[in-house]
Design a protein around this ligand. Structure first.
Ligand SMILES: NC(=O)c1ccc[n+]([C@@H]2O[C@H](COP(=O)([O-])OP(=O)(O)OC[C@H]3O[C@@H](n4cnc5c(N)ncnc54)[C@H](OP(=O)(O)O)[C@@H]3O)[C@@H](O)[C@H]2O)c1
Length: 265
């Protein structure tokens, strides 16, 4: 049986890197995408060590030409595409609307919303053929406003509506939005470093507390659910917003992949 082929954006660290490793462990061919080439190469080596194949495509997804090249290179290298995981995102600008930088806001829209659209548009013919999956990493911030996160909240809400439209339009593709949890990644470190003075003090305190108490979700646990969705999300899930620990996801993901630490080390 041919290997499944999955594109994961934002795969140089955090949830995307963990997702790519799980996919490698499942024997998939993984196209890893991000701006930082050296980190991507390390993730690609991990994917291969765990039993998968990897293709590194380095660049900025805010560039539509680059997005088209990602899909082209995936198809050239592996001849098919089974899933696209739109995971790359930026949180900045962390600033109240009255102070937010327009260029930074526009960049967040390009990375968090336009890139998933362009990548989906390019990938859909191959995804239809494979009866594949489109996994868009959204956030709790899609449903809950957080002061100083206007670009992030708006783009993550927009991404979920985008998922729902694809689910309506594409009966042969399973399109799912995911809340990956509050995860111990660089994005959380950025909130702790830069949130103060912009976000509500109780929000910054809440994120700091989660870190101090060891209550942030590990990227490996979150990425296991994302990888499972990319390979196995059922048609009945299309158009849904699912959390990484939704009962329909975390149980099957654990059965399919096993416990994080033993499996990926
Ligand atoms: N961490 C959380 O608590 C949390 C909660 C809810 C939702 N999420 C969502 O989960 C996803 C992953 O987040 P994370 O926490 O793992 O974040 P992270 O550690 O900041 O990683 C973000 C990834 O996206 C890549 N990226 C950013 N801008 C890019 C661009 N312009 N072009 C290409 N790649 C780009 C980064 O790589 P380079 O810098 O190398 O390009 C990195 O690999 C995001 O969609 C985020 O919104 C996270």
């Amino acid at each position: 049986m041919s290997r499944r082929v999955v594109i994961v954006t934002g795969a140089s660290r955090g949830i995307g890197a963990a997702t790519a490793r799980w996919l490698g462990r499942a024997g998939a061919s993984v196209v890893v995408v991000a701006r930082t080439e050296e980190a991507l190469r390390q993730v690609a080596r991990d994917v291969e060590r765990l039993g998968g194949r990897a293709l590194t495509v380095a660049g900025d997804v805010s560039d539509a030409t680059f997005c088209r090249r990602i899909v082209e290179q995936a198809l050239d290298a592996f001849g098919r595409l089974d899933a696209l995981v739109n995971n790359a995102a930026v949180l900045e600008p962390i600033a109240r609307v009255a102070e937010a930088d327009v260029a930074a806001w526009r960049y967040a829209v390009e990375v968090n919303l336009v890139a998933p659209f362009v990548l989906s548009r390019e990938a859909l013919p191959a995804l239809r053929k494979a009866r594949g999956r489109l996994i868009n990493i959204s956030s709790g911030a899609a449903h809950h406003p957080i002061a100083a996160w206007s670009a992030y909240c708006a783009t993550k809400a927009g991404l979920h509506l985008f998922t729902q439209v694809v689910a309506l339009e594409e009966p042969d593709v399973v399109a799912v939005s995911v809340h990956p949890g509050v995860v111990d990644t660089e994005m959380q470190a950025l909130i702790r470093r830069q949130g103060e003075g912009h976000m509500a003090p109780e929000q910054v305190a809440r994120f700091r507390r989660l870190k101090e108490r060891g209550e942030l979700v590990s990227p490996e646990l979150s990425g296991r659910s994302v990888a499972w969705l990319a390979l196995h999300a059922p048609a009945s899930m299309s158009g849904r917003f699912v959390a990484f620990d939704d009962a329909d996801v975390i149980g099957p993901a654990k059965r399919a992949f096993g416990e994080p630490l033993a499996a990926l080390s």
